[in-house]
Unconditional design. Sequence first.
Length: 85
Amino acid sequence: MLLPKGPSNATKAEQSFRTAIEIARRQKAKGWEPRATTSLARLLRDINRRDEARGMLVEIYNWFTEGFDTADLKDAKTLLEELSS
C-alpha cells in the first residue's frame, strides 16, 4: 500500500477502508468485503495494531464456505497467516 507517512494519513485511510466495508455490508456485497477488510488489516498491521487486524480478518475469512480460490480470499489468507505467526 502506498501511503504517505504520518498519523493523519493513516487515520484518513483507515476511515476510508471502514466506510468501504460498511457500504459493502449495507449492500450485502460479500464479495467486496474481504478486499476492503484485507486492505484495512494491512494498514493496521503497518501501524502496529496487528491483533485488531487479525481479528477482523479472521471474522470475514471464516464467514466464507467457498470461493477460496479467488484472488481476494487467497490474499486474505496469506495476510492472515502472516498475522498469525
